[in-house]
Design a protein around this ligand. Structure first.
Ligand SMILES: C[S@@+](CC[C@H](N)C(=O)[O-])C[C@H]1O[C@@H](n2cnc3c(N)ncnc32)[C@H](O)[C@@H]1O
Length: 282
């Protein structure tokens, strides 16, 4: 069975996990772990490459460790103007996310998660979900804070910065589009990940997120807005402020920050439109 088939994959080292993998997650062996701007990774493409839209190495070497915010801002593989011009998920096919995640093992944790951890307190064996976990820097922080973590990503090199044998970790090698349910959770986090799916998939996954959230549980996410320079890129989701705020309908909004301005990126200044949303179930 393909690692991108609909069956969740359990973390290697978790033989008792109910979601035992038909095919284990590929070992985390990026060719040059400290150099995001590397040639394609050895992992087999999940999707056919888009011949007219190569992800250049430069796009993947987004920032150094002192600029974690910019490092997060890897857009879709882009055309010469830096604005996404590609079709469906070429990133995986071209090793884009593998190269990106290879540079994210040791940076500071994302601000949205830091705030959520402050709000939530120690994990004490409560359950957290990390959607689009990438290298797993935030997954690691959750484990260290005492959470049991279910981490999801469609990139086979996922969790390269995490101890995948950690007994409190369950990995799910799945595309967002393939997730059919989420475990009941006290904290559901998604750092710069949910926009990388079509709107219908985003809406479906948000319904699953809301259904999985336990009373007093927190949702903490980074979302992209319609003013972003990448808005209009196919197979991504960009929201108006009203749409993003409405995602928390019926919840208590604990944190809301909208960034809507030009800022630095590896390929040069661009317009960023990003919402940080943390909301709590009553
Ligand atoms: C910008 S990175 C963010 C990774 C990590 N959360 C962080 O903050 O560094 C986006 C992550 O989402 C994953 N991703 C992108 N599209 C996805 C999809 N449709 N389904 C599942 N994961 C996806 C990528 O593999 C990548 O690891």
């Amino acid at each position: 069975m393909s690692p991108l088939s609909g069956t969740p994959s359990a973390t290697p080292g978790q033989p008792n996990a109910s979601t035992a993998p038909a095919q284990p997650i590929a070992p985390a062996t990026p060719a040059e772990p400290n150099s995001p701007a590397t040639p394609a990774q050895p992992n087999a493409p999940a999707t056919p490459a888009e011949p007219n839209s190569p992800a250049t190495p430069a796009e993947c070497s987004v920032a150094g460790p002192d600029t974690p915010t910019d490092a997060a801002r890897l857009g879709p593989p882009s055309g010469p103007d830096g604005i996404g011009t590609t079709a469906t998920h070429p990133a995986h096919a071209q090793g884009h996310w593998a190269r990106y995640n290879a540079g994210h093992g040791d940076r500071d944790i994302r601000e949205t998660l830091r705030r959520a951890l402050d709000l939530a307190g120690p994990g004490r064996d409560r359950t957290a979900v990390d959607l689009g976990c990438g290298a797993g820097r935030e997954t690691r922080a959750l484990l260290e804070a005492g959470w049991r973590v279910h981490a999801y990503d469609s990139e086979p090199t996922m969790l390269s910065a995490t101890d995948r044998t950690h007994p409190a970790l369950t990995a799910h090698l799945l595309a967002f589009e393939q997730i059919t349910e989420l475990p009941p959770a006290d904290l559901i986090y998604a750092g710069y990940a949910l926009p990388y799916q079509p709107r219908h998939s985003f809406d479906r996954l948000w319904t699953l997120i809301r259904a999985a959230l336990r009373p007093a549980g927190l949702i903490a996410v980074d979302l992209f807005g319609v003013h972003d320079a990448w808005a209009g890129s196919p197979n991504m989701t960009f929201l108006t402020a009203a749409e993003a705020a409405a995602l928390a309908t019926g919840l208590t909004t604990e944190h809301w920050h909208e960034e809507d301005e030009v800022g630095p990126a590896f390929s040069g200044p661009k317009h960023w439109h990003v919402f940080e949303l943390i909301a709590r179930r009553r």
